[in-house]
Design a binder for this molecule. Structure first.
Ligand SMILES: [Zn+2]
Length: 361
């Protein structure tokens, strides 16, 4: 990438940090996690043919989603896929837009014919005049050719293999560029602390999957499946946890920077009284009542079917069970009123007494 382009990005970045500090605030309530490729589209494949991008992206995406769901019950995580299925690029965007998501994170793995490139890079949507990212952009966009003969009708006549097609992007104005660049910077900051150390930086390129998202969005290339060092790391499932938690760290930092509701939204589990929350006075310190709707032996995603779309669910751990609850009520009477309503959806629901995030008799 030429120095001039880099400079421009840095300029945009430094203003974005400044304005974020000045108090531009967004709510982050819904996050879309997009596992690249899937189904008949394997994405890039390791030189020995054993490892496929679609498997690595799905594994990291689900782990990232679980981290967000478990720590922030009030944030809804929406996946573009949770299985090995093909999802068209415009469908992925549509999922994010229809749900009015606040952040879109697309996860990919790089692959080139040369074995030497390695490292992670994060893209935001934009016209890439340098052409240096053209190979990876074309590769990621070319999956629409698998979407059937009329694919062009979904992408305004766009042909991923025709350089002329990319001209439509040069006029692009991205309203969310500031936040996108910010998130991309944080992803690179944290990812490069992990097993794949080479930092290929943040880049702008015209990725179709980011093109029409109406929220801040990034596309992460975790590393190169074509590089033996990166592949060794990407092929090991234990590293997927690490990679997911590094992206999670970036997400948390992004959220702290932008989301003014951050503290109110946070939830502490009994064994997790973090420094952040240490001196924050919440109702949880006093005896209060909640309505328990479910008890399970492991945590479940907050968008799982068992929770029936209920938004304000929290959980408390008791012995080895996770008790999912709704509401925090000062009196038993208030809880009883709420219970009547809640039982319409959860007939087994009942009232529990809680102090310091511990269920008391
Ligand atoms: Zn990909």
């Amino acid at each position: 990438m030429p120095t001039r382009v880099l400079l421009i990005i840095f300029c945009i970045l430094s203003t974005s940090f400044a304005s974020a500090q000045e108090g531009s605030s967004i709510n982050i309530r819904k996050v879309v996690i997009d596992a690249g490729h899937g189904g008949r589209d394997p994405g890039t494949v390791s030189p020995n043919g054993k490892f496929k991008e679609k498997e690595i992206t799905l594994s990291v995406a689900l782990k990232l989603g679980a981290l967000i769901e478990n720590k922030y019950p009030n944030i809804e995580v929406i996946y573009t896929r949770t299985k090995d299925v093909a999802v068209a690029l415009n469908k992925r965007t549509e999922i994010a837009n229809k749900n009015k998501a606040d952040l879109f994170i697309s996860i990919h793995v790089n692959g080139v014919t040369s074995r030497s490139p390695s490292g992670s890079e994060t893209f935001v949507m934009g016209a890439d005049k340098s052409n240096s990212n053209f190979q990876v952009t074309m590769l990621e966009n070319s999956v629409i050719l698998l979407e059937g003969e009329d694919y062009q009708s979904h992408y305004e006549g766009f042909n991923p293999n025709d350089p002329e097609s990319y001209i439509i992007f040069t006029l692009l104005q991205n309203a969310h560029l500031e936040q996108s660049l910010n998130m991309a910077t944080l992803v690179q900051k944290h990812l490069t602390k992990g097993p794949i150390k080479v930092n290929r930086g943040i880049k702008q390129a015209p990725f179709l999957v980011l093109w029409k998202t109406s929220m801040p969005s990034v596309l992460i290339e975790l590393g190169f499946i074509s590089n033996s060092g990166d592949l060794k790391i990407l092929a090991n499932k234990n590293n997927h946890n690490t990679l997911a938690s590094l992206i999670f760290d970036a997400f948390e930092e992004y959220r702290k920077k932008y989301d003014k509701g951050y503290n109110n939204l946070d939830y502490i589990t009994p064994n997790q009284k973090s420094e952040e929350k240490g001196n924050q006075k919440t109702e949880s310190n006093q005896i209060h009542y909640r309505v328990q709707i479910l008890s399970v032996n492991k945590t479940i995603p907050f968008n799982s079917r068992e929770l029936k779309g209920e938004k304000n669910v929290e959980y408390l751990k008791k012995n080895s069970l996770f008790k999912y609850t709704i509401g925090q009520y000062k009196t038993r009477e208030e809880a009883a009123t709420a219970l009547k309503e809640i039982r319409k959806k959860f007939p087994q629901a009942f009232i529990i007494r809680v102090k310091n995030n511990t269920i008391i008799n």
